[in-house]
Design a protein around this ligand. Structure first.
Ligand code: CA
Length: 228
């Protein structure tokens, strides 16, 4: 497994490189956004660890440019403390997870492994289409945007991730636990209520009649499915 580490703090590069290598990963590092982007653009990595504050080009721009080029390598973003809005922005721009500095290396390893576990499942569904239409809704996966009756719909990063997962795996029934695991990741919210709430919001925003959803359906006793 090859990891690209884009980070400008020398101390952190040394610590992480050492630790990741001892876990059996091959590590390449870049210390600014431009060289990070050009290395990442080769597509030869299984995972990218991307700092937000970088010289030359920040992590958000690197992530956005990568996704625009169609590079779907999982990205774990490193944000500084208190950058909550930035986390959401990062997810919208195509990052797969984020970690707030300072962090324990063991936590970073857990995230890395969770992302690498998740990645092949995404790939096995074939290359995902760039957009998807249902009813009067169009979803643009690359831009992380949805439109209803050609009007933009405001979706949070997690609502978008949930919608994306349901559409990618449409027709199949997913339990709340499965959705928590697949969409929220290993550090999932404590309650499956979180899933219900996000499903309700998606229906409210996207369904013609949210009380009788045509697409995001409840399968009683089992969970949810997106009607194929
Ligand atoms: Ca930095």
């Amino acid at each position: 497994m090859k990891i690209l580490l884009v980070e400008d703090e020398q101390g952190l590069i040394l610590t992480l490189t050492d630790r990741l290598r001892s876990e059996g990963f091959e590590v390449t590092s870049a210390t600014d956004g431009e060289s990070g982007l050009s290395l990442a653009s080769t597509g030869g990595f299984d995972l990218i660890i991307l700092d937000v504050m970088l010289p030359k080009k920040n992590g958000f721009d690197v992530c956005r440019d990568l996704r625009r080029k169609g590079i779907e390598t999982p990205v774990l973003m490193l944000t500084a403390k208190g950058e909550t809005i930035d986390k959401v922005l990062g997810l919208k721009l195509g990052a797969d997870d984020y970690l707030t500095k300072p962090f324990e290396v063991i936590e970073l390893l857990a995230r890395v492994e969770a992302l690498l576990r998740r990645a092949p499942q995404t790939r096995s569904n074939g290359s995902s289409p760039e957009s998807f239409r249902f009813g009067n809704v169009t979803v643009d996966f690359r831009r992380a945007e949805a439109r209803k009756n050609d009007e933009p719909v405001e979706l949070s990063a997690m609502e978008f991730k949930l919608l994306h997962f349901l559409i990618e795996n449409r027709g199949a029934v997913h339990s709340r636990d499965r959705l928590l695991d697949a969409v929220w990741g290993y550090d999932a919210m404590p309650s499956t209520r979180t899933v219900d709430v996000h499903v309700a919001w998606l229906r409210q925003k996207l369904e013609t009649n949210p009380k009788h959803p045509q697409f995001i359906q409840t399968v009683h006793g089992l969970g949810y499915k997106f009607a194929a």
